[in-house]
Design a protein around this ligand. Sequence first.
Ligand SMILES: [Zn+2]
Length: 316
Amino acid sequence: MKQVVAGVDIGGTNTIFGLADSSGKVLAEGRILTKDYPDIRKFVAALSEAINKLRKKDIELIGIGIGAPNAHYYKGTIELAPNLPWKGVVPLAELMRKKNEVHVVVTNDANAAAVGEMMFGGAKSMKNFIVLTLGTGLGSGIVINGEVVYGHTAFAGELGHTTVVPGGRECGCGRKGCLETYASASGLVRTVLQLLSEFKEESSLRDIPPSGLTSKIIAEAAAKKDPIALEAMDYTAEMLAFGIINSVVFSSPEAVFLFGGLTKAGDILFNPVRKYVDENVMPIFKGTVRILPSGISESNAAVIGAAALAWNELKK
Ligand SMILES: [Zn+2]
């Protein structure tokens, strides 16, 4: 019998899942629509059935790792997640455990990405590193001495909501000036809109309606040397660098891995981030932290991260 774990990534629209072996190889994948199941018990039943359908005869399922927004690692719950159909506190790990009779572990997607990086990605030999996921928001997983930091409440490691501009841009968390309002795909779009209104420079981005602007379009414009796009990329990189510099002082990582849609901009993002980190980090940390792309392939990274979470737990 070949032993596998299931990695599950729950999002507001889709729940994707897959079976992965102990080397992180994904053997089979599937998806269900999260919003089709407003009743958590029906969701658990449908997800469990779908996972079991992926199993061939000679495969034994020994654990399930789940990445989900607002997941509470200690309690195995999802709590007050605004973009999921289930209200209040949902005992997801317990329900999945009862249904499948295997060990189940739950955490947020950025923490799962950090465990994925540690087990199967670029951080295999590292004990101290940070993963930043740059999507609509900015998620983070912080590893110190080989362990993901969860803190007193299990919600530690939310670097996206550290303040970089007091009284700055309004954030979805209800506060102002959070890092993710600047250093994320949506933050980049906000920066472009601001620059377009403040400056008169020619820009191909002026022809695009504000609601149609995406980080991908902006990155493409920057690659063609559009001045507004380049300025916006540079500002985004500078703000991201501030977030990284503050984290370096706090936990001295060997590397910071950048992951997610925004990183497709490549050198246009990475080079200024490296420059600003190098110029502004405290002297004692100069040259000690590498800014790297994630070592996990983007196509099934969420499944690999969640599967790594399960393997990591089974190792303990
Ligand atoms: Zn915030």
